[in-house]
Design a binder for this molecule. Structure first.
Ligand code: HPA
Ligand code: ZN
Length: 338
């Protein structure tokens, strides 16, 4: 029987390592929460919101992303948002998620840090109990804001170490190099937070080097432009630093408008640990499965490439060793039976 990539992708046990929880806010929930919280939105219908989602650059997207999150106010809102994503992930056979959140996107508009964290973490706990989905929470610093603001956010995280596993760096990349955050990353590493950072999405390959050298990250989020520096590619392969790729995000933000030209296969061929993720699924037109389907179709990925990508997500996860091994064994069992 010939290999059916779509059924394989749908059935495969999955993990997602690059997902911004605020980027899962679907237009219908946005409208509902706007009504619940008496927030006026610039758009009057789900269709109008979807039509507005046309982005020429990362910044075009970020402007709408921050406007959209203004409807999130109460702990219940953050719970509903997170649990809706986890329910979707359960339907897609996703077993493990590592979720970014952007506290400064909320504290800057007067929402209390713990309102955000309590809502997200109670949804994670419910999904663990009801769906068996394991998770890690990664708190991102908004790189367009100051180092002082990052330090203030970090001080909140220090009080909630039991629920925040790692720190990340996101928002407008150009002009905000990783080195701007060297000191807060050092402080966070000293407190035991695991560091990751967005780098080389729109910014140059030197930002990927800085993320490795100055921030000492354990994974690079995106990292597309690392390919412009062959020595850097060799280093990422040698040090086995995973890259969390987001195909539909790359397409919609014009990082790679034509997915048939996406560098994913080249990265696999260079021995990089690459994973597939959705980034901000409600803005970029697809969740985890959709991202697998889109890139598999565009690059005509074969069974072996899909297996590597699927397994990489567990390999690159921050699960403790014994849980990671169990997840990989479950994945391999699925492969042997499919
Ligand atoms: N890049 C940078 N910042 C972000 C993104 C992204 O793709 N999504 C949400 N914040
Ligand atoms: Zn991202």
């Amino acid at each position: 029987m010939s290999f059916n990539a779509e059924s394989f992708i749908r059935a495969m046990p999955k993990a997602e390592l690059h997902i911004h929880i605020e980027g899962t806010l679907e237009p219908d929930m946005m409208m509902e929460l706007a009504k619940r919280n008496k927030v006026t939105l610039p758009h009057n219908s789900v269709e109008e919101i979807r039509t507005a989602y046309q982005f020429g650059s990362l910044q075009d997207f970020l402007d709408l992303y921050y406007a959209g999150m203004s409807v999130l106010k109460s702990e219940r809102d953050f719970f509903d948002l997170t649990f809706a994503y986890l329910t979707r992930m359960h339907q897609e056979n996703t077993r493990h998620v590592e979720i970014f959140f952007d506290p400064q996107g909320h504290t800057e508009r007067g929402i209390v840090f713990n309102t955000v964290l309590d809502g997200i973490s109670s949804a994670l706990e419910k999904a663990r109990k009801e769906y068996g989905i394991s998770s890690r929470l990664i708190m991102c610093f908004l790189r367009h804001l100051s180092e002082d603001s990052a330090f203030e956010t970090f001080s909140h995280a220090c009080r909630c170490k039991d629920r925040i596993f790692g720190i990340g760096l996101d928002s407008s990349e150009k002009g905000h190099p990783p080195s701007k955050f060297s000191r807060v990353y050092r402080a966070a590493r000293d407190e035991g937070f695991v560091p990751v950072a967005h780098a080389g999405e729109e910014g140059p390959s030197s930002y990927v080097c800085e993320a490795l050298d100055d921030l000492k990250v354990k994974r690079i989020d995106h990292g597309n432009r690392a390919l412009e520096d062959p020595l850097l590619v060799q280093r990422i392969a040698r040090e086995q630093i995973p890259l969390t790729m987001c195909p539909l995000s790359n397409k919609r933000l014009q990082v790679c408008p034509d997915l048939t030209k996406h560098p994913l296969q080249k990265m696999l061929d260079a021995g990089l640990i690459v994973t597939i993720n959705s980034d901000d699924p409600s803005y970029f037109g697809g969740y985890l499965t959709d991202n697998f389907l889109a890139i598999s179709d565009a690059l005509s990925l074969d069974r072996q490439a899909l297996i590597t990508l699927g397994r990489n997500a567990f390999v690159a996860s921050f699960l403790p060793d014994h849980e990671k091994q169990k997840a990989i064994d479950d994945f391999d069992l699925f492969i042997s039976q499919f």
